[in-house]
Design a protein around this ligand. Sequence first.
Ligand code: C5P
Length: 311
Amino acid sequence: MSHAQQAQIPGSLCFVRAYAKINLTLDVLGKRTDGYHELATVMQTIGLYDTLCLIRTEDQRIEVICDTPELSGGDNLAACAAERIWQRKDALQPVRLPEGLTIELSKRIPVAAGLGGGSSDAAAVLLALQQWWKIPVSQAEMVALAASLGSDVPFFLTGGLALCEGRGDVVTPLPPTEMGFMRWLVLLKPPIGLSTATVFQHLSASDYTDGRYSRAFSTAVRAGASPHMGHLHNSLERTVLERYPEVARAKADMLHAGAQLVQLSGSGPTLFAPFPDLKAASDVQQCLQAQGYDVYLSHAVHPNSGNVCCY
Ligand code: C5P
């Protein structure tokens, strides 16, 4: 019998889905005085997700047990998120309750891939525990808590389609929009992991924009117009393709397999290609899988409160 099974308080389980994201646009405007970069990025959650099962236990520990063993333990961002919101609960109820938390994490989003998996797991824990423990935190406090965990985490509190500014933590939701050109998405994760910090470090000033791609995308969506391939852009792509030949090779292979456009998501290394229909997308997916690549077929999703299922 596992540790979690032994110590679980009866009737205290909560399942939550944590969706991945892609960056449809990513403008880097320049370097800030705090070491971060000023961004404008349009992000979209997609149907690739991790599943978290939160289990209240009788001991006062917070731990993650993951099917990717190196992500288990107390250092995982999901455990940090639980710790932070737990502190908030304790602040409201100074008598420490005799309980802890085990987070079982079924990992399906590739790690260190530019798909926001760790950030999404952390946001999912915040949302689930806020609902479960009925913690009266305002939306602004939740956003601040999320931003303290990572620049992408606030986006995942709402998900869907959103314009994210500042260091990525100032989120303006955009209306769900049918994007015919990307009804289906083929994602390819090249066989390397990238550090976001390293990618930002290698940017040159010539990669900066004035935010025009993200602005044009948001303006089109708000006006009820359909965005198109010409709206996509990622300021980090040039440096990633130049420094990491595995990513450049994967991009060339995707184009050769039949993708019309291939773009880096976030700081990479994952690349995505949009397709207007399933046949074209699955032909390209199969061709790339036959070459030994790690490939996913996905689509945009707009999560809602149904993501959290508590018992
Ligand atoms: O916020 P997060 O921990 O995800 O960021 C990881 C690293 O990426 C930061 O330490 C920073 O080096 C870089 N970064 C940046 N500008 C941003 C977001 C991240 O330079 N807007």
